[in-house]
Write a protein that binds this ligand. Structure first.
Ligand code: THU
Length: 132
């Protein structure tokens, strides 16, 4: 857990967030132990900004990781533990659902880290199976 949280905190330092100054890092742990990170990438056209979790999922899936997501850590430079935004919950759910996992999410604040399951953050989720 410590390694994953440290990876998310380190990723936040690499964020490109000149407009909000809110730097976010996400770290995904897979069943084989691999960790894939992402940081938020903002845009001068503000609405085009990409969240850290979405970047991490895109990196992982682009490397062929379609499933096996067992743990997630998210960290920001705010005052309280960061919980993923609604869109990111949906994006994370897609990857988790592909492998049939319900990852534990470590929501990191400056001091405390709170744990919650992805299914608690996004109950009754729409996912790949919903299209059948
Ligand atoms: N942000 C994330 O990267 N992840 C979240 O779950 C919440 C918000 C980013 C988007 C934007 O660049 C900045 O934080 C402020 O909203």
């Amino acid at each position: 857990m410590d390694e994953l949280v440290a990876a998310a905190r380190a990723a936040a330092n690499g964020a490109y967030a000149p407009y909000s100054d809110f730097r976010v890092g996400a770290a995904l742990r897979f069943a084989d132990g691999a960790i894939v990170t992402g940081s938020n990438v903002e845009n001068a056209s503000y609405g085009l900004s990409l969240c850290a979790e979405t970047i991490a999922v895109a990196k992982a899936m682009g490397e062929g990781r379609w499933g096996g997501l067992v743990e997630i850590a998210v960290a920001g430079n705010g005052a309280s533990p960061l919980t993923p935004c609604g869109r990111c919950r949906q994006v994370l759910h897609e990857l988790a659902a592909l492998g049939g996992t319900d990852p534990l999410v470590h929501c990191c604040g400056p001091g405390e880290v709170r744990q919650v399951r992805l299914s608690e953050l996004l109950p009754a989720a729409f996912g790949p199976g919903s299209l059948a």
